[in-house]
Each structure stands twice: as structure tokens, then as C-alpha cells.
Design a protein around this ligand. Structure first.
Ligand SMILES: Cc1cc2nc3c(=O)[nH]c(=O)nc-3n(C[C@H](O)[C@H](O)[C@H](O)COP(=O)(O)O)c2cc1C
Length: 405
């Protein structure tokens, strides 16, 4: 029996496929064509709000008076793949933060070379630097002080960077600071008829250039349709490849207790999903097979991801480890700029992934964006626009849980 796909509303089972929020009254279509009308709040008498402990880090990151903790309390709000939060901050040397990549939080199947993980680390570094400016302190970032990791394997416990704190009064505050707690990856449908502010598009391209990258915005059906086709195909490959699907499935946290226990990964918290999971009608470990109803329904969850005003991409001339970190720094600044302008962003990374089965879509995407001839590497692809629903923040681990003191 195809149990998983009793779900046709509420959740997408992929990265960032976290937010299950059917409206107040929702039809759940059953295998075989039947339908059940579910009053969302009524199934279990509970809501889809995340447990307070899991979102507490968003509430008051500026509470800390200690500068390094203040920086880290903001840095941990960084966007990162699968919300793995692969960060350990070593504070044992005064005046410095050593950022270590947590080797237990890698994504070996969907991110076999650790490229996306390093992009997340870059975003973390950038937010730490921006937060320090708020206290008037400049930061020198020394990348890979223990040596450059191999191109294709991120060793467990790699030291990604040492942040060396400058003197008080050494810099002015970065105006993007106030956007750190406002930035969220919005994974709902976006309006499809609204143009992006031109000033924002210009600032994205300046930001990319500041980090040695190129960016572009693809808008309008002629440019967006081929990208939509490739991203859809890529998601289908990720969903039907057992090891990549299962990597995500293992990171699903279903219900408040699981989310509070592990405030990372993919949170599924709608009352409907929880109820179906409790009675055994939703099994995340069931891999969708090609041609199955299961896959059909999983792919229905992709539909909102084809909405938006455009796609923003960031590409680099090389794909070195420092470039991957720079891509994360540029990406989070682009997202903070978008937040300030009231624009939403949502990365769709499947077609960029390096596992063997993804080769076709990855090459097609590079070609479509005009990157293939120059040998550039596409580092981030996000749909951009105006979300039609507002959702709360995603979970975060506590600051204390990532410190070495
Ligand atoms: C390198 C990278 C790749 C990502 N890829 C995806 C993706 O393919 N799909 C998605 O829904 N979100 C993607 N995200 C967004 C993360 O899911 C999101 O940042 C994370 O869940 C934390 O949520 P927040 O950004 O709202 O704080 C990606 C983020 C990064 C940095």
C-alpha cells in the first residue's frame, strides 16, 4: 500500500520541505480516490506552531553582552542546506573564533563534496562579521587555517575559518544587521505577476561582484520555463534515488517533541501530517517509485516552487573551497538585501548537486544559464519574489550546543 501518499496537502518531502500548513479546512485525498475533509486544527486538537524552544534563538540574539557570543548568536541564524547547522565554534583562544565544520552534520548523498555545507558556513561567517560591526568591531577572516580540504571530501572536523576580532571602534555598523532576524527562507507559493525592484537586482549583482562572483536574474516565461523544467526533473531524480531520498527522510522531525529534541533538519508539524504519521499512514522512509501514485503526489508538492518573479543565480569562475565560502557570504547578503526590500528567496538546489544521477540536470542548468562554455560553477539558484503566505522561522539549535569553551 502506498502509505506516504495519503498526503496531498500540507507538506513537501524534500529539503526545506518543512512547512506543512494546509488551511483551516483541507481535503486529504486517499489512495484509490477517496477524500477526507480534515479540519486542520481539529484532528488532534493542536496547532502547527513550532515548539518555543526550537525558535527561541530567533527571539533575542542580541541579549549577549560578550562580543563573540553576540556574533555567534546571530551567525547561527544563517541559511544552510537541510538546516543541518553544521557548526562548532571554538572559543578557547581569546579574541578569536575558530569555526569548525561539524563532521556529523554533513550531507554525503545530496552534497557529496561538501560544497553546500561550505556555502552554509560562508553564510555563518558573514552574519558573524555583520554582527561584530554592530558593536563597532571589524573582523579578519582567515580561511582554512589548518590547510585546504580536499576538493571532493570535507574531512570531519575541518577548520573552516578563524575570525580574528579587531579593536573596538574599528568599523562602522553594517546596515544589513537589522535584517538578520527578519530573514527567512519562504517556501510557500509566490506571486507570479510582480516585478522585482530594479535597485535590488542591481545590488545583487554588486554583491556578487564584491565576492568575485557573477549573478543573474532570469525573469519572464521564456527564461523561467526551461529552469522550471530542469528543477522539476532534478527534484524527481532526488526523490526517486533511494539514498538521496532517505538522507532527507532521516532528517525529518515529525511533531513538536521530535522538533524540540532535534531543532534542525526538516520539521513536519502540521496536525494532519502528525496524525497520519501517528496512525502509521505516513511513512517517510518509503522511497517513491517512478510511475507510482506516491511519486505523483510527491511531485504535486513541487507546484508552488514554480511560482515567483524570477530566478536569481550566483556563479563562480572556479569551484575552490574559498570560493564556496565566498558564495555563502554573497548569498546571505543577497538574502538580507532582499529582506530589506520586502522580497523573498528560496533556493532550489537539486539541479546543482554533484551525485552521479544528477549529472544531466546539472549540465543542462549550466547550459541554460550560459555558464557551460566558460566552465563556471553554479553555486546557488533561488526563486525570488513575493510570498503569498507568511510563515514563521525555522528551528535552530541553541548557541550553547555548538560552543567549545
Ligand atoms: C547551500 C544551500 C542550499 C539550499 N537548498 C535548498 C533547497 O534545495 N530547497 C529548499 O527548500 N531550501 C534550500 N535551502 C534553504 C534552507 O532550507 C534554509 O536555509 C534552512 O532550512 C534554514 O531556514 P532559514 O533560511 O529560513 O533560516 C538552502 C540553503 C543553502 C544555504
Amino acid at each position: 500500500m502506498e502509505r506516504k501518499n495519503l498526503l496531498t496537502a500540507g507538506t513537501r518531502l524534500s529539503e526545506g520541505r518543512t512547512q506543512a500548513n494546509p488551511g483551516r479546512r483541507t481535503f486529504i485525498r486517499l489512495v484509490g480516490g477517496g477524500a477526507v475533509l480534515a479540519a486542520t486544527g481539529g484532528i488532534t486538537g493542536c496547532s502547527n506552531e513550532l515548539p518555543e524552544a526550537a525558535i527561541q534563538p530567533w527571539r533575542s540574539p542580541d541579549r549577549d553582552t560578550d562580543l563573540r557570543r553576540f556574533m555567534l548568536a546571530h551567525a547561527l541564524l544563517a541559511p544552510n542546506p537541510h538546516n543541518r547547522q553544521p557548526w562548532i565554534a571554538d572559543l578557547r583562544e581569546p579574541g578569536r573564533i575558530h569555526l569548525i565544520c561539524d563532521g556529523d552534520r554533513l550531507l554525503p548523498e545530496t552534497d557529496p563534496f561538501g560544497r553546500q555545507i561550505l556555502i552554509g558556513c560562508g553564510a555563518f561567517i558573514e552574519l558573524a562579521v555583520v554582527a561584530a560591526t554592530q558593536r563597532g568591531v571589524s573582523v579578519k577572516v582567515e580561511l582554512f587555517p589548518g590547510g585546504m580540504p580536499d576538493d571532493q571530501a570535507l574531512p570531519k572536523g575541518s577548520r573552516v575559518a578563524t575570525l580574528v576580532l579587531g579593536e573596538p571602534g574599528s568599523t562602522a555598523s553594517d546596515p544589513l544587521f537589522t535584517q538578520i532576524v527578519r530573514r527567512h527562507t519562504r517556501k510557500t507559493a509566490y506571486a507570479s505577476d510582480r516585478a522585482l525592484p530594479e535597485a535590488l537586482v542591481r545590488s545583487w549583482s554588486e554583491t556578487a561582484a564584491n565576492f568575485g562572483l557573477r549573478s543573474g536574474v532570469e525573469a519572464g516565461a521564456a527564461a523561467m520555463d526551461p529552469i522550471r523544467r530542469i528543477t522539476r526533473e532534478a527534484y524527481e531524480i532526488e526523490a526517486t534515488t533511494a539514498r538521496t531520498w532517505l538522507e532527507s527522510a532521516r532528517l525529518m522531525r515529525i511533531g513538536p517533541a521530535a522538533i524540540a529534541a532535534n531543532p534542525d533538519g526538516i520539521s513536519l508539524n502540521s496536525p494532519m501530517v502528525r496524525a497520519l504519521h501517528t496512525v502509521g499512514l505516513f511513512d517517510p522512509m518509503e522511497v517513491p517509485a517512478r510511475g507510482s501514485k506516491t511519486l505523483e503526489r510527491v511531485m504535486e508538492r513541487w507546484v508552488p516552487f514554480e511560482t515567483g518573479s524570477g530566478f536569481l543565480w550566483l556563479a563562480s569562475p572556479d569551484n575552490s573551497r574559498p570560493t564556496q565560502v565566498a558564495s555563502g557570504r554573497a548569498y546571505v547578503r543577497a538574502h538580507l538585501l532582499a529582506t530589506a526590500a520586502g522580497v523573498d528567496m528560496h533556493p532550489l538546489s537539486q539541479a546543482l548537486q554533484e551525485f552521479t544521477e544528477m549529472r544531466g540536470p546539472r549540465e543542462a542548468m549550466h547550459k541554460t544559464l550560459g555558464l557551460a562554455a566558460s566552465g563556471a560553477t553554479l553555486q546557488m539558484l533561488s526563486r525570488v519574489g513575493f510570498a503569498t503566505e507568511s510563515r514563521g522561522p525555522s528551528p535552530r539549535r541553541s548557541l550553547e550546543s555548538m560552543l567549545l569553551t
